[in-house]
Ligand binder design. Structure first.
Ligand SMILES: [Zn+2]
Length: 71
């Protein structure tokens, strides 16, 4: 299941939500606004640092064996 980052247009808060359905309505946990934007940087923060494997190019968060989709 993908975790998406969102940015609230009302209060400016950035937050992450586990999205079960792509059309699921997302609201800001701070102000309950529905004016949120999905950010594209989904998994990036989990793939930085020394967790990257030296053998395959994937990291612990990239089950597919490639970091190309998470950097
Ligand atoms: Zn908000």
């Amino acid at each position: 299941m993908p975790i998406y980052e969102y940015h609230c247009s009302d209060c400016g808060k950035d937050f992450e939500i586990l999205v079960f359905k792509s059309d699921e309505k997302v609201t800001c946990p701070e102000c309950k606004s529905e004016k949120v934007e999905r950010l594209l940087s989904g998994f990036a923060h989990k793939c930085d640092g020394p967790m990257v494997s030296s053998s395959g190019g994937g990291c612990s968060s990239c089950s597919g064996g490639s970091c190309s989709s998470c950097h």
